[in-house]
Design a binder for this molecule. Sequence first.
Ligand code: 3AM
Length: 192
Amino acid sequence: MAKVGLADFMPGNGSDGGTQRLFWALWPDETVRRAVARLARGVISSGHLVPPENLHVTLAFLGDVPVEAISRVRAIGAELPGSAFALELDRIGCWPRPRISWIAPSHMPVLLVQLHRELRQALRKAGFPAPARRFAPHMTLARRSAPHAFQNVTPVVWSIERIALIRSHLEQIGARYEILYEWPLRLKNTRG
Ligand code: 3AM
């Protein structure tokens, strides 16, 4: 099959019959989601909180992927040699320019760095747009929030055992995310 070029990834709302708006993510389970949502409610006092069911950590945003290329995106997930690890979300902060509040790990697990690197390389090799920016793992907690100070919080310890390919549906009330596929990470070493 022909390689997919950058021109195939035009911005859009992903509802076009020929494309799906996709991204790779770490998707929390119910326990992590609840713990994070509780922290967010207690700490963030402005903007729009992300609904608990939408909380995630983005690994790589693909944009609008032609449906005929999705099998190749799936193949990347199936072949990714990542290992499971624990992520401690212990720092709440904000980026004033995009007006986003987030929670992030103050310690970056080596296994997460490796996973992101492997994913980026695999995407590039397969001709997909790979993230160019420095990887700053975070879970967006609120949008359009007013700037606020950093705050260390009691860590939410998240045992990450899989990665997910997510489809984003842009709807009038906001984004709705659908887990398209998930792949387990190797359960060799759970601490990065
Ligand atoms: O939850 P966060 O903010 O980390 O910001 C978007 C969201 O991540 C990001 O992909 C996730 C699901 O939409 N995103 C959206 N458009 C993007 C773009 N053009 C993007 N990331 C990079 N480039």
